[in-house]
Every structure is written in C-alpha cells, then in structure tokens.
Design a protein. Structure first.
Length: 278
C-alpha cells in the first residue's frame, strides 16, 4: 500500500487547475452554473471547492460552495427509515440518507438567481444545524460549487449486490436488504440531482485502500477544530467507512467515463498531472 501522511493537512490545488475549473464552469451555462466536484472521502473536494469560490470572488463574482453532506436527513428522519426499512439506515452516508427535496430546491434556487439559505450539517453532533443558522444568499450567484463523495455515480446492477462486500454487509446486512434499498434509491432518486450539474469534476484516488486513512485524518481534524466534543475512535471509523465502500468502488469504476474532468491523485492527495484544456 502506498504511504499516506500521518496528519490531515489538505493540500491546496495548483492555481492553474483552480482557474481551469472556474473558467470551464462559467462557460458551461447561460444562467448560474453548478460545478460539481466528486471524490471519495478525504480526497480534497472541499479544499478545491473553497479555492474555486475564492478565485471567483477575487474576480468580483458572487460564488458559494455546498456539500451534499449538508443535506443529510435529520437523525430522527434516519431513525424512522431504520425502524421501517433497515437498522443500518440510521447511519448517515449512503444513498437514501439525504434530503433530496432540500438539495434540489437549493440548487434550483441558486440556478434561478433567487435568494436562498445554504443548509448545514454538524457531523460531530450527527445532526442538521438549525435552519436559523444557515447562511443566507441574498443576491444572485454567478457560480455554485457542489461537492460530494459520490456525485454523478450510477446505480449498480442487481447481480452485483448479491455477495457482501465487507464485514458490515456480511454481518449486518446478510439478506442484502440495506444495500438493495440504497442502490434502488441511487437509481430512482439521485439522477434528478445529477441533472442539475453543468460540469462534473472527479478527484480520483489511487485506489479505495487509501480512503480509511484519509477519512481518519479528517476525523482527527474535526476533533482538533472542536476540542472537547466526541468523535469516532479508529475502530468506529473503520466500520463507518464500510457504509461508503460499495458506492465508492462503484464511483471509481464508473465516473472516469462520466465526468467532464478526472484529476488523478497520489496517496498524498497530490494531482499527478494538471489536465489540458479541451
């Protein structure tokens, strides 16, 4: 396995790559464009999104970033799914645990140049932040950057779901109901969200093997930013990543042929090469 850094320090992307992302997004739509950035946990999506927004603002444009993580269902909503469908749905992450109406309404308001609020989710509290605390966007945006760990990913074939992929699926989803339900949600409900994208960039890791390391570094950074608040232990984190593994692997298989740009990363999250303009 390739070495990974011992501490989480998101690396900034090269200015030329950031400028290319911004320029391509601005040229892709007549209204407010949505630039989607897809990549596995810890790949640097939020770092790249923030850099694109900062560059846009330095040019006098109005820009904002949103993560699909900020549209998770509340804890109570997920618990109702867990009670009704499968206990694993109490845990945020996979398709079916997002408030898609909230995500769609937010993107549609941004694209239409309307005032709206950016949803927020507190991961340490595992709960959506109260709406009164969401940031209001009062003026029309010139760009919205939307980032998320599986944006644009298509559903798997039903046959691929038959065998468990990891210990979580083997022990807690022996009959496959959870993974089948999540896959059906990905097939039925998420394409409408993908259709709101004007450009899709993918940050591609060397393999899924780096994801637990990257996500653990993220968890440590969250704890450092909020000392005194509880966070996951390493064993808890290892199990948590298994909730994401199936869709992450599907993204790695399929998105290179779907995304408008693919940025290959090494184990330290450094781009292997800057893409050339078309």
């Amino acid at each position: 396995m390739s070495p990974v850094p011992h501490s989480f320090s998101p690396r900034r992307f090269a200015p030329a790559l950031v400028a290319q992302a911004l320029d391509e997004a601005l040229a892709s739509a007549s209204g407010t464009p949505v630039l989607a950035i897809s990549g596995v946990q810890g790949s640097g999506k939020s770092t790249l999104a923030a850099q694109v927004v900062d560059l846009a603002r330095s040019r006098g444009l109005c820009a904002a970033a949103l993560s699909i993580d900020d549209t998770y269902l509340t804890r109570a909503q997920r618990q109702r799914l867990a009670d009704r469908i499968h206990p694993l749905l109490a845990t945020r992450g996979p398709p079916g645990t997002h408030d898609l109406a909230l995500a769609l309404n937010t993107l549609d308001a941004a694209k239409a140049g309307q005032a709206f609020a950016l949803p927020r989710f507190d991961k340490l509290a595992d709960e959506r932040v109260a709406e009164a605390q969401w940031k209001r966007i009062e003026q029309p945006l010139d760009l919205l950057v939307f980032e998320g760990w599986f944006l644009g990913t298509p559903a798997e074939d039903a046959q691929a779901l038959q065998q468990p992929l990891n210990a979580l699926e083997r022990d807690a989803d022996a009959d496959g109901r959870w993974r089948q339900w999540c896959n059906q949600a990905l097939a039925d409900d998420y394409p409408a969200l993908w259709q709101r994208f004007d450009r899709l960039w993918m940050l591609q890791p060397p393999s899924f093997a780096v994801v637990p390391h990257w996500r653990w570094q993220q968890e440590q950074a969250l704890q450092q930013a909020s000392p005194g608040r509880s966070s996951m232990t390493r064993p808890q984190l290892e199990r948590f990543v298994q909730f994401y593994e199936r869709i992450s692997r599907q993204a790695l298989r399929t998105l290179p042929a779907i995304a408008d740009r693919v940025i290959a990363l090494d184990a330290q999250r450094q781009p292997l090469a800057t893409p050339n303009a078309e």
